[in-house]
Design a protein around this ligand. Structure first.
Ligand code: FES
Ligand SMILES: [Fe+2]
Length: 380
C-alpha cells in the first residue's frame, strides 16, 4: 500500500454532517460534510489518549472527541480542551493529521500523503465527465482480497475468455488466442494497452444487443493510473462506447473497497441505468470469486514466483511502476506496522507535517529504498 495518492473514501451520497469512519491503507480516518458543504477528512485517533473521533460528534467547524471533549478543526488543529477551562493556550503538538479532499463524479477522494499540492499525482482523468452525449452510473462493493490482485485482474486480457460468459467462450473457442497488445502510456502515472477480441453474440433478448458490431469483434483498452485506479474502455462499435473506471481504496492488505464508475455514450436514457449496474455487478462478481481465492493473497515479492506470459505484459508494467513508487519512499512497511501490533497508533503523514515539527502520533513506517536502488536512481 502506498501513500501520496488520492483514494476514494465515500460516495457523495454517503457523506453527511455526521462523522463517518473510513479505513484506508490500514488506518482509520473520519470524514464529514462541514457546514460549508465541503467534505473534511482527518485521522481518527485523538491525540489526547486515543479516543475514536468518529464516535464523537460534529460541533460547529470541529469534530469533538467522545472521551474528554477535545475539539479539532478540519485542518487538524485542536481548538478546545474543556478540562483546561476557558481560553487556555493549546499546544500545537496536539494537532491531528488532516488530508486534502476532492469531491468529483459523486465520489469523495482524500489525498493520503504529505506531498505539497503541486507534486501530487492527480486523480484519474475521466474525460467523458460532463461531456454531451455521455452519462454515468456509480456502484460500490468490497472485495476480500489485496487491492493489487484486483487491479492486476483488471489489466489481464486473458481471463475474459474463461471468467466472463458475457464476453468469452469459456475455452470452447479452438481458435482462441490473445491478439496483439498495443501498449501505450496513458498518463504520467500509468500505462495501458488496446486489443481486439471476439465475444459471443448477445442473445436476442439482451437489452444492449444492438450496441455490438455484427462480426462479434470488440475493441477494448485498459490501463492503470497510480497503484489503485484502472480504466477500461470497451468499444462495442465505432460509436457505441462504454468507459469504465475502477477506483479502489485498500482498506487494509486483505480488503479493498471498489468504486466502479461507468460512463457510456449509448443507451443514455436513465431507464437503462439499472440494467447497466446489474450487468456490471454480474461481471464484477465473477472477478471477485477468482481474486478472493488467489494464493498467496499478496503479490509475490518477485515475478519468478509466478510464470508470466505475454498477455501479462501490462501487469508487469504495473509492477515496475509500483517499484518506482516504492523507490520514492511511498510504500508502507506492512511488516513493521504488524510488528508493533496494538501498541502503536500510526498516522499517514499529511501535508501539515511539512510545515510543523512535533506530532503526537508516529508517521506510518515506510519501506526505505535499498542502497542499490538509490544508486540506480542516482545513475539515472
Ligand atoms: S481521548 Fe480524546 S479528548 Fe481525551
Ligand atoms: Fe474480469
Amino acid at each position: 500500500m502506498y501513500i501520496n495518492f488520492w483514494y476514494p473514501m465515500a460516495t457523495s451520497e454517503e457523506l453527511t454532517d455526521k462523522p463517518l469512519q473510513v479505513k484506508a491503507l490500514g488506518q482509520d480516518m473520519v470524514l464529514w460534510r462541514g457546514e460549508d458543504g465541503v467534505a473534511k477528512c482527518v485521522s481518527n485517533t485523538c491525540t489526547h489518549r486515543g479516543g475514536s473521533l468518529a464516535h464523537g460528534k460534529i460541533a460547529g467547524d470541529c469534530i469533538q472527541c467522545p472521551y474528554h471533549g477535545w475539539e479539532f478543526d478540519a485542518e487538524g488543529h485542536c481548538q478546545r480542551i474543556p478540562s483546561l477551562g476557558p481560553n487556555p493556550k493549546i499546544p500545537s503538538r496536539t494537532r491531528i493529521d488532516a488530508y486534502p479532499v476532492d469531491e468529483r463524479h459523486g465520489i469523495v477522494f482524500a489525498f493520503l500523503g504529505d506531498l505539497p499540492e503541486e507534486d501530487r499525482p492527480p486523480i484519474i482523468d475521466v474525460k467523458e465527465w460532463g461531456q454531451e452525449g455521455w452519462t454515468s452510473t456509480l456502484q460500490t462493493y468490497t472485495i476480500n482480497c489485496n487491492y493489487e490482485r484486483s487491479i492486476e485482474n483488471g489489466l489481464d486480457p486473458a481471463h475474459n475468455e474463461f471468467v466472463h460468459d458475457t464476453h468469452g467462450f469459456q475455452g470452447e473457442n479452438e481458435e482462441y488466442k490473445i491478439g496483439d497488445m498495443r501498449i501505450e502510456q496513458s498518463s504520467d502515472w500509468g500505462q495501458g494497452f488496446w486489443h481486439t477480441f471476439q465475444a459471443p453474440k448477445l442473445p436476442d433478448e439482451a437489452e444492449f444487443k444492438d450496441a455490438r458490431k455484427d462480426d462479434g469483434d470488440l475493441e477494448a483498452g485498459t490501463g492503470y493510473h497510480g497503484p489503485s485506479q484502472v480504466w477500461t474502455y470497451i468499444h462495442m462499435s465505432k460509436t457505441n462506447w462504454m468507459h469504465q473506471y475502477l477506483l479502489e481504496r485498500p482498506i487494509d492488505e486483505y480488503h479493498s473497497a471498489v468504486y466502479l464508475l461507468c460512463m457510456r455514450n449509448c443507451y443514455t436514457d436513465e431507464k437503462y441505468d439499472d440494467n447497466v449496474v446489474e450487468r456490471n455487478g454480474y461481471v464484477a462478481q465473477q472477478d471477485v470469486v477468482i481474486v478472493e481465492k488467489l494464493h498467496p493473497m499478496l503479490t509475490p515479492d518477485t515475478n519468478t514466483k509466478e510464470f508470466m506470459l505475454p498477455a501479462d505484459k501490462c501487469i508487469l508494467l504495473y509492477r515496475e511502476s509500483m517499484k518506482e513508487w516504492e523507490n520514492n519512499g511511498w510504500k508502507i512497511d506492512i511488516d513493521a506496522v504488524a510488528a508493533s501490533g496494538q501498541k502503536v497508533a500510526y498516522a499517514i503523514p499529511s501535508p501539515g507535517r511539512r510545515e510543523q515539527k512535533g506530532w503526537v502520533l508516529d508517521e506510518i513506517p515506510l519501506v526505505q529504498p535499498s542502497d542499490e536502488e538509490t544508486a540506480d536512481l542516482a545513475a539515472g
